[in-house]
Design a protein around this ligand. Structure first.
Ligand code: PMP
Length: 359
């Protein structure tokens, strides 16, 4: 082995969902939004002057920060933006979890958390969710180097009450508590109102789900001015220009069109609720997802088999070969037409599977 190999920072990377490059795929595997971004985004794209690409973008990303501050009724100094919430979360781990004590997060959650912890040499302990994949708030009453959880959680879709989130904050006044709200627009209660009371709270959200812009890569954090200043200090010590000219120009109209945003979210929530009824009829078991996906298991049919069968139909869903969840599938809510195609295949498959009963 070469001597320098021991100096390499070795990491086991996060594995994102497949992005299949074939036509006529129904893609329900990475929780993207099936509807296009707000019409103003296309307008801004057509109006974009490529001559602007000669210039470095605004390092403060002021246009985007200002529109988000207005939307969430906070000061611009309370908003940090980054290249998707993955970037914002990674920066937050680096900035706020700089202690020798372990940070805490649920055993079943976004599988990037342990990757960042490993990468940045942050000690961590995972805390077991209960048998219904819910957080037991008392488990977070112990000494730690910080707390992070997603609400609603991924891949389960379960949302915790604001009272429980506040309780966790109350018991963790000496560390930073990050609430990852990637899916909050589809259900659950945002922790934003708690910002007035808890100066150790950081809320992270994204344009990737409810604003249909996963391909643009915009995420943001909202916290006290002090927390955002710390985040910016770390960002400027890394790369001043995280948000490019086009992203800044197209991100703004995505926030400004509140009516389109509300309409898209309502459509997805309506489809999700319809799917819950249909999946129940097919004998699937699942929790009360508040996100843009369902996390389902079937008592008779192995999840991995179903995952493979769906793939043969060019229907992509997500399967995690991990303890406690390897008999589940995470299925993103697509358009009604996409979900109907999924249902019609499932109906056929489940009703012909030995030992199953379709209602
Ligand atoms: N948090 C959670 C819980 C997620 O599921 C995702 C999506 N993979 C992200 C953060 C990151 O999303 P993005 O970087 O696209 O904002």
């Amino acid at each position: 082995m070469k001597q320098w190999v021991q100096n390499v920072r070795k990491v086991t990377p996060y594995v994102p969902g497949e992005q299949p490059n074939e036509p006529h795929v129904i893609k329900l595997n990475t929780n993207e939004n099936p509807y296009p971004p707000a019409p103003g985004v296309e307008k801004a794209l057509r109006a974009f002057d490529t001559n602007r690409l000669r210039l470095y973008p605004d390092p403060t990303a002021k246009a985007l920060v200002d529109v988000l501050a207005k939307r969430y009724q906070v000061e611009p100094e309370q908003v940090f933006v980054g290249v998707g919430s993955d970037d914002v979360l990674a920066m937050s781990f680096l900035t706020f979890f700089n202690s020798n004590k372990p940070i805490l997060f649920p055993d079943i959650t976004y599988s990037f958390y342990d990757v960042w912890a490993e990468e940045f040499r942050i000690p961590y302990e995972t805390v077991k969710l209960d048998e219904n994949f819910r957080i037991r708030k008392e488990d977070y009453y112990r000494e730690n180097g910080g707390v992070i959880f997603a609400n609603p959680n991924a891949p389960t879709g379960e949302a915790e009450s604001l009272a429980d989130i506040e309780d966790i904050l109350q018991h963790n006044r000496d560390v930073i508590v990050i609430v990852d709200e990637a899916y909050i627009d589809f259900g659950g209660k945002s922790a934003l109102p708690l910002l007035h009371t808890y100066d150790n709270l950081l809320i992270v959200q994204t344009f990737s789900k409810s604003r249909s812009m996963a391909g643009m890569r915009i995420g943001y954090a909202i916290g006290t001015k002090a927390l955002i200043q710390y985040l910016n200090d770390v960002k400027y010590s890394f790369n001043s220009y995280t948000m490019d000219q086009l992203t800044l120009a197209l991100g703004v109209p995505a926030v400004e069109d509140e009516a389109y945003f509300q309409d898209t979210v309502h459509k997805i929530v309506a489809t999700r609720e319809r799917m819950k009824a249909e999946f129940r009829k097919l004998g699937f078991v699942f929790g009360d997802s508040q996100s843009n996906f369902l996390f389902v298991t079937h008592p008779q049919i192995p999840a991995e088999l179903l995952f493979q069968e769906l793939k043969k139909q060019r229907i992509y869903v997500r399967y995690f070969q991990k303890p406690r969840i390897d008999h589940y599938l995470r299925i993103t809510i697509g358009t009604d037409a996409e979900m109907d195609r999924l249902l019609s295949f499932l109906h056929e498959f489940v009703s012909s599977y030995p030992g199953t009963a379709v209602l």
